[in-house]
Design a protein around this ligand. Sequence first.
Ligand code: ATP
Ligand code: ATP
Ligand code: MG
Ligand code: MG
Length: 878
Amino acid sequence: MRILKIQTLRGPNYWSIRRHKLIVMRLDLENLAETPSNEIPGFYEGLVEALPSLEGHYCSPGCRGGFLMRVREGTMMGHIVEHVALELQELAGMHVGFGRTRETSTSGVYQVVFEYLNEEAGRYAGRAAVRLCQSIVDRGRYPKAELEQDLQDLKDLWRDAALGPSTESIVKEAEKRGIPWMQLGARFLIQLGYGVNQKRMQATMTDNTGILGVELACDKEATKRILASTGVPVPKGTVINFLDDLPEAIEYVGGYPIVIKPLDGNHGRGITIDIQNWEEAEAAYDAARQVSRSIIVERYYKGRDHRVLVVDGKVVAVAERVPAHVVGDGRSTIAELIEETNKDPNRGDGHDKVLTKIELDRTSYQLLERQGYTLDSVLAKDEICYLRATANLSTGGIAVDRTDEIHPENVWLAQRIVKIIGLDIAGIDIVTSDISRPLREVEGVIVEVNAAPGFRMHVAPSQGIPRNVAGAVIDMLFPNEQASRIPILSVTGTNGKTTTTRLLAHIYKQTGKVVGYTTTDGTYIGDYLVEVGDNTGPQSAQLILQDPTVEVAVLETARGGILRSGLAFEAANVGVVLNVAADHLGIGDIDTIDQLAHLKSVVAEAVYPDGYAVLNADDPRVAAIAERTKANIAYFTMNPESELVRNHIQKGGVAAVYENGFLSILKGDWTHRIERAENIPLTMGGRAPFMIANALAASLAAFVQNVSIEQIRAGLNTFRASVSQTPGRMNLFNLGNFHALVDYAHNPHSYEALGSFVRNWTNGDRIGVIGGPGDRRDQDFVALGKLSAEIFDYVIVKEDDDTRGRVRGSAAELIVQGIKQVNPNYEFEVILDETQAINKALDITPENSLVVILPESVNRAIKLIKARGVVKEEVPQQ
Ligand code: ATP
Ligand code: ATP
Ligand code: MG
Ligand code: MG
């Protein structure tokens, strides 16, 4: 077996609209192409031995063991690789289930599709699955050690990619509310929502979090001073920089017991509490010095440690943090109890699990000594031995929810404190013997205020009720279900995507909104070009969706991007499908026009149920997409008699129709006439029917998004397919006594479209300078020849400089064949060189005629024309 290609899909795609995260592996079975699993001796047994848990895969039989039954009876290796790739991920703790395997038109080559949670792990699982299966084919087994290594690698990849627990809780909550999110790939920034409606987060800081508040909270001494000056109880303390000042500081705070901690530490590092004598104080000073230059000396307040979480001015959760400890069972030593406690699968390293493993440090041994123990002591049943002085979860502590117990006065105090410090999300550390009583009464104190507090003690306390604190954050960022998204209008089709996208963006600009749009020529925001390039894939779409100024996204969505990685968004508000015609067939395992239609239908299917699929009623394959989407349907048609559209309107649907020379919207009993085609420059005075169709599609897409008829009209009237706006798209030049048209039509369907315009040129002769990119199929060239003979009075056949692998002259020959099929006596000539061909045409063109040039290089063609003295680049009005 050989892996030919691995692709990673990240959005709605050809295989599934709902499952976005898929690996597509193109797999050549090579010598296994003709051999189903039952014909490979020992394969079934070897597979079951390596992965007994495959028993759990149902597969087509629909019951436990279903898949293994298929393996025993005989199934192709691609299918087995799919299941193994899924199972490897499953065994590494990633729950995935979706898979598909299809043979391509190249026999023995399969597309193996399976779900992933983490991209890298998904690709790894695919490669490992092939390795595993090949090994069983060759040797009857897959070594246990290798399998273990694979699983370990997969687990590592999964763990490394995991978001922190706080971030994770927030994005989960966002997902639950249909708020899109993405990682911005820098500084762990997370974007929630799109465009102008986006909010950003990093851990538990948001773009509402003020830098002043954060800086203040990070300076414990300044925080205390400000709080003290507003009457908030804080530990009596002072800051020193030299050991010499320590005795005086101890005296100042009222003598032992004291606390020593670094001025700007966190996670309990370098802190020693309950210091009883000079010897301990000196050691504590040294420890704190490791973390910070300046040292806080404080009075020690006996009590329990509480974390009060305040979000958006309200207390949303309270947790008591209990320092790392073990509970005796009357048999085990403390060391054994620690080991046992750390076996808890909820305990991990650092912050990656709900709890952290207990590790002993300097203070742990002090504590043990004070309690009269060593690690070898055996604790009586239920006796508690504390192992850390401070209660931070990151030093092995646990959390107990106390949200329902906090006294209202303490709530008031906490809420007042965050206002004083100036934080939208804050964790307040309170030491008090009883949180259900006012701090005043029990001598409780505020130890510190934390910016970016961790959520894990609240969302997953060891005891008590988990609190949905992430929900409070989302409520703050998107109050009253405020919009998090921006309208997305996605445009696909074989021809006319760029034109329609530009026109739609232009129409939308009439509403005064900032429109971000992507096309084959580049990415634009408002009136400005952001980036030149063929930007019709998901990355360009992401650029628009990430831009904080964009209010509406209009996205040309081409076949290539959908195939390569799926859409950039879960769903659009409007998905436009213009047409589906033979183009690019045979590329990317899309071999038939129906497969192509299926691929393009992704754009209409990935639409919100209250959104619209805008479909071409005149193209049967496009009209049929209506069956596949859950969105509302809006049709456009050039045919006012269209049965389909009439029925649709009768049932209350909406449509755009070309009727009596007008572009009109039909809705209910009403016909809203937008504009006469001849007044719309893009339609070349109404003579380019396909441009009328594009204009109908754009108008309809805008209309279903509540853009007014007046604004649509204004957009249509002012949009020009000028050379500068749309080079190579129906660029018409007036050369005084004749006209020249440059267009980049490059497939039979667009030739047809062009033909419909040329036929409408009745002023004089019609001359064609024709040819096409060499990577098209033979029959496409023949079709071009035929069509040319039908629409032109005279034809010059040329070829591209870059023949894209064809023998020079062979494309021209095919075109000539086509011409002769229509009329054996047709007059034409062949000039392979494009420049010569164009010049010849411009030389011989009679008065009032039209030269149509389908160039390889649009720029060169335009230069040659301009050299003849263009009267003006124009859009003819009738
Ligand atoms: P984190 O950032 O994880 O909250 P930290 O390193 O910022 O921890 P503090 O919050 O200042 O450190 O102190 C850690 C813990 O030590 C407190 O939650 C409290 O349990 C205890 N502690 C700190 N100062 C005192 C004090 N003056 N009296 C009693 N206990 C204290
Ligand atoms: P590409 O796949 O190259 O990005 P596109 O779909 O973006 O193409 P446009 O750039 O808008 O299409 O138009 C390219 C050419 O296709 C036009 O110059 C014209 O010849 C033809 N064309 C445009 N609209 C249509 C249509 N609705 N039907 C058929 N042909 C069209
Ligand atoms: Mg703290
Ligand atoms: Mg395009």
